[in-house]
Write a protein that binds this ligand. Structure first.
Ligand SMILES: [Zn+2]
Length: 425
């Protein structure tokens, strides 16, 4: 799925003025792919409507869809009748849909607490889902073994062997280069600079695409959530870390090296609190689960007590705050202020039309209470216009898995339609 624009290195610009390289626009993408993606997004759609939506002739839609049907990627389905006609008289209208069983992919989230996997068919419908406890920080070998076991069990739950899958998407927290598949650093792996996608591909015997978990949350929103109807949005996700994804014109913005959008590691304090990345003063070190847990130990008077898992510790802290405990409330309130600072920085940098706070749990409602949004408004440049809307979207445990599966589906689509292009030429 290499759709990155080349960054010209020492290229010498010719005479003239204006950008040398054409911008990548929707209209330059292969028409057959646009037709396929239009059908997938609509669920069921008539050929006439596809022609209308893409402003192309019905004849070319007919040609391209018959290629796609012949390739086994699309099929004819019965369209829902318009105007609630349930008499069933006459021939039912024919529409196009993605052939669900053409391909099946697996989306995996690897984390230090639990791993999860979701199996989606080619039309994006869930076939199975599996969640398993994780063992914390692992060696790359152990993590790959856990990955293979998880994919096998997820495939089995969908009633198929692993070899029947057409691709696997994997989400890993940390600094991950989605294009090369390298993991530069991850809090769940005990080594740096790993060719994780290539190693996973070798172990699974399947095509693998990889990205960091925050990008996958953005993809999950774009493919299955709030972002389906919005071309531009920012996603902020608060879990054990603080992640961000930025979607511009329906594309994930990754930065030149695929390492951008690290909101959690933007500095909010010189020489500040120690972050998991090894640096100081990162936003994450004030907002993420582990940052709250650090303060919770003292606030709950547990300093000399046996250590609790982060999740249990935070549940206790949250219960105390709900019961009116001042110290517990202060911890959440302070974290909420830092979150507001991060959100305001996003607005001042990107001015997105909407920010989606998205997560598996999103249960510590103090963090994104009205006060947090008020604070954000105070920190955004005062232009007299309303600040972007902030929407909270709580998913189930499978959020990242869905994002990873969308990554796999997207890579698979590029591969399949690219192959059709080569055959045609
Ligand atoms: Zn950091």
């Amino acid at each position: 799925m290499d759709d990155r624009i080349d960054i010209p290195g020492d290229e010498i610009a010719p005479q003239g003025c204006g950008p040398v390289h054409a911008a990548v626009t929707e209209s330059l993408r292969p028409l057959r792919q646009q037709v396929f993606e239009r059908v997938r997004a609509a669920g069921a759609i008539s050929r006439a409507q596809v022609a209308k939506d893409l402003a192309i002739s019905p004849a070319s839609v007919t040609t391209m869809t018959s290629d796609l049907i012949e390739a086994g990627l699309l099929c004819e389905v019965t369209a829902p009748r318009e105007g609630g006609d349930t008499t069933g008289r006459g021939r039912p209208p024919v529409a196009l849909g993605v052939r669900p069983d053409a391909h099946v992919v697996c989306g995996v989230k690897l984390s230090d607490r639990e791993h999860s996997a979701v199996i989606l068919d080619f039309a994006g419908t869930e076939r199975a889902a599996v969640t398993e406890p994780a063992r914390g920080v692992e060696t790359p070998e152990d993590m790959l073994a856990a990955l293979v076991g998880l994919v096998d069990r997820a495939a089995a739950a969908a009633g198929m062997p692993r070899s029947a899958l057409s691709g696997v998407g994997i989400g890993v927290p940390g600094f991950v280069d989605g294009v090369s598949g390298r993991v530069h650093w991850s809090p769940v792996l005990d080594r740096r600079d790993l060719d994780f996608a290539a190693d996973a591909e070798a172990r699974l015997g399947l095509p693998v695409t990889l990205d960091n978990d925050a990008n996958l949350v953005a993809l999950a929103e774009l493919w299955f959530g709030v972002g389906r109807t919005r071309p531009d949005f920012a996603v902020v996700t608060i879990e054990h870390g603080l992640g961000m994804g930025l979607v511009v014109n329906q594309k994930l913005y990754r930065g030149a090296l695929g390492l951008g959008m690290e909101l959690g590691h933007t500095k909010v304090q010189l020489d500040g609190a120690l972050c998991r990345c090894g640096q100081r003063g990162c936003l994450e070190a004030y907002v993420a689960d582990y940052a709250l847990a650090r303060e919770a130990t003292a606030a709950l008077g547990r300093i000399d007590e046996p250590a609790l898992p982060v999740r249990a510790l935070l549940e206790q802290l949250y219960a105390r705050a709900k019961a009116g405990d001042g110290a517990a409330r202060t911890i959440f309130h302070r974290a909420g202020r830092y979150l507001a600072l991060g959100l305001a920085n996003i607005v001042n940098l990107f001015d997105p039309p909407i920010i989606i706070l998205s997560g598996e749990r999103m249960r510590y409602d103090y963090l994104y209470a009205a006060e947090t949004l008020d604070e954000m408004e105070r920190l955004v440049l005062n232009s007299g216009r309303p600040v972007p809307r902030v929407e909270v979207h709580a998913w189930g445990d499978l959020l990242w898995g869905y994002g990873a599966a969308a990554l796999a589906l997207s890579a698979l689509t590029e591969r399949l339609l690219g192959a059709m292009r080569e055959e045609a030429s």
